[in-house]
Design a protein around this ligand. Sequence first.
Ligand code: ATP
Length: 359
Amino acid sequence: MLDSTDTPHIVFDRITKSFGATEVVPPLDLTINKGEFIVLVGPSGCGKTTTLRMLAGLESVTTGAVHIAGRDLTHARPGERDCAMVFQNYALYPHMSVRENIGYAMKVHGTPKEEIDARVGEAAALLGLEPYLDRKPRNLSGGQRQRVAIGRALVRHPQVFLFDEPLSNLDAKLRVEMRTEIKLLQKRLGTTAVYVTHDQVEAMTMADRVVVMRAGVIEQVDAPIRLYEEPANRFVANFIGSPAMNFFEVATRDGAAWLDGQRLPLSPETFARIGARDRVTLGIRPEHMDGGDAPAPLTLRCDTLEPLGAHTLVLGHVGEEKVVAQVEPRFPAEPGQECTVQIDMSKAHFFDIDSEARL
Ligand code: ATP
């Protein structure tokens, strides 16, 4: 049987975008499979929204091509692409009821009333909006308004859902609930989805594959767990995970990494891969500093403790370098004193000091 998730659905073929003389997206290639949930993530201004808008047809493509379902739609109008977009500000019509908002696009297209009613009813049922169909947007909560905006996209039964930071106007608790809802709905419908956010947690929790962007360039495309376990470079390593990965400049020799005069043994395979180097970047996630498969003691100066209940963060220094370690709640550390954490060296990452690529 053909696995639908391996069928290319959207293909960006060396697309670029320039505003005047400024190229904000250099040649970008990306293939998105049918039914996949893809999240574009990266710092503000990295070109996520511009890329999404080029897919929607809301922004022209400077060079290159966009294919959807095997058709070259590079220059097609938004209405010809069968993509439905959900915006950050919801863009609801304030004078229309929820029912009218959800059905509006179909009404404009001359869809018969019975069909509009049926599809609005179906979307409202999926989104739990049935009790609110006759309300105006101003009489809804933020989460309900967001559901109406999704409902408007849903009723069109599009080939592709596009989301532009749809949850950023919601409070933290609702954001967590809505991201689960959107993900479940997308899986239930099997509709390909492209979702833009600057929030790495949102990206990790929602995506089948995450596209990490920096300055218009794709740094890595991978499943969330692979981004976490095998970041392609220091930028991705730093962007994914919270608290962020610690980076230390170390030397490698005699089968170990040397940090501030302390010896951190490496497995023979790791040492063979990295080799002896005077300067190399060692990356250790805070959550890998409390034992594990290959524990190695590291003594650090504790500056502050942050007890978070399930675990405690030790904020300190090793030599001149800052460090954050995530340890068990009753870990013996005192601000102003030295303490010894156990680094799990089987989880250590190494990056070239100049190119910042993973070693
Ligand atoms: P954010 O998360 O802040 O929305 P983003 O990653 O979505 O950021 P874009 O909105 O795609 O980034 O913008 C990418 C770059 O293109 C930015 O440097 C932005 O200033 C620039 N840009 C976007 N739209 C235009 C425009 N119409 N004219 C000129 N420059 C633009």
